[in-house]
Ligand binder design. Structure first.
Ligand code: HEM
Length: 386
């Protein structure tokens, strides 16, 4: 009885906060976003009649515990699981909703069918194997009951919490898509070199406003960024053969040397592992390729470069780096190129992190209910890749 009351109170609080997001009054909605926001307000609220709190309480009462303990177990060996799942979840929900379409594997022997995971923006996604692992555990206990879309949503929340991020409620009852969306993923995922206008537009068409977008991008507080995604900024910005002029020169040198250092380390490791009798000098192409494959640890990198944070977790260091012109991706730094998003960055950077964490939690709830399949729609897959 008491539990029921607690859940109802939480639920109403969440509803009220979704209806009246803090700060809406200080952000003028962009023109193009208005119609989409209205459609999505409808989509957002239509989930409430279908997704439920603890949907599996009767059909698989231990489902959420199993997900939680599996994620904790994986995290104890691989802490990078939090960043992998958070990114995977974002890429799933952003294209045709949170329906696990990102998890589908190519169909063997059918070269004409392309899956979402084969689309360029998704080529470096990780975490597929871990989701399969959790699904296998659940299939042993409750065959064909818990959807891959719910597993990804719950596992992401649990992994975020383990990485020091905020807790947020995950409603369940999603079903899995029967197909993947290659073209949509290729065209509509935000790109690392996108302008602020394009990024805002893509988020707005999904009912996510400036505040949602700026707080969600705070996910870049954790994880790794491949040097390939910033190479153009460092050496050939917009085909000028010059670096991005908006990068602080000291930071530019730092990023260049970090990517180079990574490349050298990989070369050294490579030569130890594979002693080549020819030991030929590495060709320019191979060297660029190595640079493309090297990665920067976001938190360490931003710590090292800006000495702003010692924690390197879900705090405000991402926003502080943007304030000092030290965003890694062009799209990150672009948050400072717009008055509203710049003001939000400023706000998040200037307190103890509690505003960011609260907004991030709320935006994750919004992201997690985008265009979900429920009821008799879609399917419950037996394996997430098929
Ligand atoms: C403008 C929007 C965004 C762009 C252009 C973007 C782009 C990228 C790129 C290029 C990487 C590096 C991937 C790699 O090196 O393999 C990355 C990493 C990451 N992104 Fe985003 N992203 C965006 C928004 C988001 C959002 C909204 C989230 C989550 C809510 C997110 C979560 C992450 C995480 C956690 C990583 C680190 C992944 C890892 O270490 O495995 N990103 N992003």
């Amino acid at each position: 009885m008491l539990n029921g009351w607690v859940v109802s109170v939480l639920f109403i609080t969440l509803l009220v906060s979704l209806c009246n997001p803090r700060g809406v009054s200080d952000i003028k909605t962009l023109h193009f976003s208005e119609t989409h926001t209205n459609t999505h307000t409808h989509t957002l609220f239509s989930f409430l009649s279908t997704l439920q709190y603890d949907f599996y309480r009767k059909s698989c009462p231990n489902a959420e515990n199993i997900v939680r303990s599996s994620v904790a177990n994986i995290y104890s060996h691989h802490q990078d699981i939090s960043a992998s799942l958070l990114r995977l979840f974002f890429h799933d929900c952003f294209i045709q909703g949170c329906d696990a379409s990102i998890l589908l594997d190519p169909i063997t022997g059918d070269a004409t069918y392309s899956t979402e995971k084969q689309a360029i923006p998704n080529l470096t996604l990780k975490g597929f194997h871990e989701i399969d692992q959790i699904k296998e555990e659940l299939e042993r206990v409750c065959p064909r009951v818990v959807s891959c879309a719910d597993i990804l949503s719950l596992a992401t929340r649990d992994a975020v919490v383990l990485a020091g991020g905020p807790f947020y409620p995950v409603f369940t009852g999603r079903r899995d898509s029967t197909r993947a969306y290659f073209e949509e993923a290729t065209a509509d995922m935000p790109r690392p070199d996108d302008s602020i206008n394009r990024t805002l537009y893509l988020f707005a068409t999904r009912g996510l406003d400036e505040r949602d977008m700026v707080s969600l991008l705070g996910a870049h507080n954790i994880g790794k960024i491949g040097c390939q995604f910033i190479l153009n900024r460092l050496y050939n910005f917009s085909g000028t053969n010059l670096p991005d002029p908006s990068i602080d020169p000291e930071f530019l040198n730092h990023m260049r040397s970090k990517c180079q250092e990574k490349e050298n380390n990989e070369n050294n490791n490579g030569s130890q592992d594979q002693m080549s009798p020819a030991s030929s000098p590495i060709s320019k192409e191979a060297s660029v390729e190595k640079l493309r494959r090297s990665t920067l640890d976001v938190s360490n990198f931003q710590e090292l470069s800006s000495a702003l944070s010692l924690e390197g977790g879900f705090d405000t260091h991402y926003y502080k780096s943007l304030l000092s012109g030290r965003g890694l991706l062009y799209a990150d730094q672009q948050l400072m190129a717009n008055e509203k998003t710049g003001r939000l960055v400023q706000g998040y950077a200037s307190d103890d992190g509690s505003t960011f964490r609260r907004d991030f939690a709320r935006a994750m709830v919004k992201l997690s209910v985008l265009d979900v399949l429920t009821g008799s729609q879609g399917q419950i897959r037996e394996r997430c890749g098929y």
